[in-house]
Design a protein around this ligand. Structure first.
Ligand code: FAD
Length: 364
């Protein structure tokens, strides 16, 4: 195979790929080490995935429990920030800590380049001694396909593309998926459209007084118990439906009724398990996301199931690579605003220690 041309833009100790909350938390700790670093983000502006979230999205964690290291999200203990407030907070955070974000820059590949890693982008290559991947999941929606879908004449979108109820006014819509996204989109739509909520498994609704703050406390207790080798409390996962105010209101209005998943599409709608068919104008798939890891493929670090084996947040196969913010496999609650700080700090401490030693190369 021919070597890729390098077209070097810069050499730094660390490159962080991504520009959302995880990248910012990593940058916060990197700044304190005095090491050189760059943050490369494909987006046009600050905010990561929150830029693509639907207009009415509110955090399930109160402001005080939705903060990155060093700066409290404004609003206090009983306020659930909106999407726009979260975007403002992240833009302000980036500015306040002078995070050196270069955007829009899409990283297409990370490759071994001698004793460095080459970070290949659409505007040139960065050479780094360590790379942190913090690309999140929102750019890789999990989109299942269904029998009969090719002949369906209505609209099918993933929740990643859902912005507001307006385009669905007066229409018949099926929302698929029993998690928080599904519940919040049903709550957003039910007054505007005729909505059916379908899921393979019935959702678990958390009690009204359980929110992100409580869940994070639970996760922390579980983490500590696992580390200490003692009995871990059963998981109450962040995937269970948190009864944020719009979801509570939908429930109180009788709009949160889940039916078992439909069997197949028909040309004009869907067919349900008992054989009856309904006309449906649109189907919204709130079916989750996968980690966005394609840029790491040239490193050969992915397992057949697509995952990367890590010890803490560090890749076992490529010890110059760290992964932050993708979910519990890269640190408990690391895919949340409040949780990612812990993973980011441990990651930067390890990178700093590693770079202080003679260079390590890939473990083959
Ligand atoms: P992202 O925010 O996705 O940022 C990744 C960035 O990387 C993006 O800017 C993207 O453009 C960039 N990127 C991707 N690929 C490349 C590439 N190849 N090259 C360069 N740049 C790239 N968390 C909470 O704490 N509280 C909540 O209430 C909450 N509510 C949620 C509600 C929903 C419906 C969902 C789906 C998630 C919610 N979360 C919540 C979880 C959460 O905060 C997100 O998962 C979070 O956005 C993850 O941040 P991140 O920085 O890891 O990734």
């Amino acid at each position: 195979m021919r070597a890729q041309p390098l077209n070097i833009r810069a050499e730094t100790d660390v490159v962080v790929v991504g520009g959302g909350q995880s990248a910012l938390a990593v940058a916060y700790y990197l700044r304190r080490t005095g090491r050189s670093y760059a943050v490369l983000d494909a987006a046009e502006g600050a905010g990561g995935a929150w830029r693509a979230a639907w207009e009415s999205l509110r955090l399930f964690s109160p402001a005080q429990w939705s903060s990155l290291p060093g700066r409290l999200m404004p609003g206090g203990t009983n306020y659930y920030p909106t999407r726009d407030e979260t975007l403002e907070y992240l833009a302000d955070y980036e500015h306040r800590y002078s995070v050196p974000v270069v955007r829009p820059v899409t990283v297409s590949a990370v490759r071994q380049a001698g004793d460095r890693l080459g970070v290949y982008t659409d505007t040139g290559t960065w050479l780094a001694r360590a790379v942190v991947s913090a690309t999140g999941t929102w750019s890789s929606p999990n989109v299942p396909t269904f029998d009969g879908q090719d002949d369906y004449t209505g609209t099918v979108i993933h929740s990643a593309m859902y912005r507001s109820p307006a385009p669905f006014a007066g229409r018949r819509v099926v929302v698929v998926g029993g998690g928080n996204s599904g519940a919040q989109i049903v709550a957003d739509l039910f007054e505007t459209a005729s909505v059916t909520w379908a899921a393979r498994r019935p959702p678990t609704f958390l009690p009204d007084d359980v929110d992100g703050r409580y869940l994070f406390g639970e996760e922390t207790a579980r983490y500590r118990a696992l580390v200490a080798g003692t009995h871990a409390p059963p998981p109450q996962t962040l995937g269970d439906v948190v009864m944020v105010e719009p979801v509570r209101r939908a429930r109180d209005r009788g709009a949160l009724n889940v039916v078992p998943m439909f069997d197949r599409f028909t040309p004009s709608g869907v067919q349900w398990a008992d054989g009856h068919r309904t006309r449906e104008d649109a189907v919204i798939l709130a079916t989750g996301y996968r980690p966005s890891l394609g840029h790491l493929d040239p490193l050969g670090v992915r397992e057949p199931n697509g995952r990367i084996v890590t010890r803490g947040t560090r890749s076992v196969r490529e010890p110059r690579l760290w992964l932050v913010g993708y979910g519990d496999w890269t640190g408990y609650a690391s895919a949340t605003l409040i949780g990612v700080g812990r993973s980011a700090r441990a990651t930067v401490e390890e990178i700093d220690r590693t770079l202080a030693r003679p260079m390590e190369t890939a473990a083959q």
